[in-house]
Design a protein around this ligand. Structure first.
Ligand code: MF3
Ligand code: CO
Length: 257
């Protein structure tokens, strides 16, 4: 098994899929406010994805016995990832929500996520969001040709732990392209100079999941929603990145509108 390298045509299609994923995410973000349900947000995501002629890569995705039943992943507060939109989940001021959008367009997949506050949030929670977003940038900066995947992992972990937060162990970033999950796995913890060598033409979904408290997580009986074991909040930021000889290029940038 090896890490897929995209050719010029693959890269062109990755750019399109990723810019759609980013535009959908940006527009969903604008709809986050107290009083909206996560079901409504997911429906907004479904409509936006369809408006670009794209398909949700999450809907129907089979991980174990069950298929993912929603179009986007919406995870509130102690939910880490893979939260399922629900009419019962009404956002309130002080909540945080992670929006994770994965779309397929023309055979290629773009994957990105952000966590946003719902109105003002507690200072330590605001810090969690800031540190997680910065950890993503620091991880991306390590996605240099000649580095190894572990350099990304190590940079993320070091930065997050220095700020007093913890990185989730059970879920990891990943290669992305014609499938949502390709090689390599990209943990948010690890050793420098370990793992596969980074070459030009890799498309990598780098995605720190950071807990305010301890790193342990568990999965709810819906088979999908991953929550922190200690019930404390968690944040998640993700970009799909292309590796090039002149450095990493973030592909999940919204279209100019
Ligand atoms: N960004 C998430 C991932 O890489 C999206 C998962 S979609 C789901 O795992 F269908 F698995 F929920
Ligand atoms: Co991902």
């Amino acid at each position: 098994m090896s890490i897929p390298i995209k050719n010029a045509e693959g890269i062109r299609r990755m750019r399109e899929a990723c810019s759609i994923a980013a535009t959908v995410l940006a527009k969903m973000k604008e709809q986050v406010r107290p009083g909206i349900t996560t079901y409504d947000l997911d429906q907004i995501g479904r409509e936006l994805i369809a408006s670009f002629g794209a398909r949700s890569a999450c809907y129907g995705y089979q991980l174990h016995a069950s298929r993912y039943p929603a179009y986007t992943c919406l995870s509130v507060n102690e939910e880490v990832v893979h939260g399922i939109g629900s009419l019962k989940r009404i956002l309130r001021q002080g909540d945080i929500i992670s929006l994770d959008v994965v779309v397929e367009y023309n055979g290629y997949i773009g994957d990105n996520a952000v966590t946003v506050p719902v109105g003002p949030v507690a200072p330590r929670v605001a810090e969690l969001l800031k540190v997680t977003e910065e950890a993503l940038a620091i991880g991306i900066a390590q996605a240099q040709v000649g580095n190894r995947i572990g350099d990304i992992s190590h940079a993320v972990q070091t930065y997050v732990e220095a700020a007093g937060f913890s990185v989730v162990r059970e879920m990891v970033g990943h290669g992305v392209g014609q499938s949502m999950h390709e090689e390599p796995q990209i943990p948010n913890f690890g050793r420098k100079n370990s793992g596969e060598k980074i070459k030009p033409g890799m498309t990598l979904a780098i995605e720190p999941m950071v807990n305010l408290g301890r790193y342990a997580v568990r999965t709810l009986s819906d088979h999908w929603t991953v929550v922190t074991a200690d019930g404390q909040p968690s944040a998640h930021f993700e970009h799909t990145v292309l590796t090039t000889d002149s450095g990493p290029e973030i592909l999940t940038i919204p279209r100019a509108s």
